[in-house]
Design a protein around this ligand. Sequence first.
Ligand SMILES: [Zn+2]
Length: 302
Amino acid sequence: MSGKLHIYTTEKLDRAAHLRVLPEQLQGYRSAPNSLVTTVWGHRGLFVSETAPVPLFLSALDASEIFEIAEEIIFLGLKDEQPILGAILPQSESPPPLRKGVFLDIRDHWSFLDPDDAAIMSYARGLAHWHRQHRFCGSCGNPTRSVEAGHVRHCTGESCGRMHFPRTDPAVIMRVTDGDWCLLARNAGWRPGGHSVLAGFLEIGESLEQTVIREVREEVGIHVRNVKYHSSQPWPFPASLMVGFTAEGNRHDPLVLDPKEIESARWFHRDELKASPENDSFNLPRKDSISRVLVEDWLAEK
Ligand SMILES: [Zn+2]
């Protein structure tokens, strides 16, 4: 891809991991006038209002009501030397009453966001999900507690003490082409008309290239070759990294669809995709996804 970063990534945030082990410094950030706080409730982030879906990063000085109810306060890093904190609120049926702001899903509003804010908010959302899923130790069942500014959970079991680290599940996503033709599929649960390139999760003991070949064979029954890395995109919805590839197939091979995964799939000519109506009859992949970039990069070749 042409040197452009995917949505949900940023180069502006210094994660400053060395600071995570300095509790006094982090305590200081909670009351520092230049600290900013992004707030997560469930999978939603705090925005100014529904009609103005601008993210609401609170100054730490205005965040005392948030800090009081937060179950975790995470140090996310430094942006232009400004400390960025993530406050994770407890799960509840309805959003906690706050003086300011409304909780929205960033995936519905990413296009209104500055790309750096989208990356920081999705990072906080992904960490919030990990904390919720790892309250107990998978080895001994005892409760875990958050340490290292929210980047490690430590098992409280006396004879265990295992450290749990945030995890990311890699998935491959691959553009399969044959000359001027590109294979796209749709899944029954998708928005009307929505089409995408194929994707699937890595299994233990597989290389990424092997996953590409296996997933294409499982989902549409054809063999692909010339598998090449393209780029990757964090996808913390809830916990993936999408690793993008290109591959070549033969459009005359019969497609045998996996009915559990794929509602329909076929080869589309470049001109047909360039003329996509982008409506309920046919949509290219979501604009915030690497899938879209894989298709658009290919369309731009000719
Ligand atoms: Zn344990």
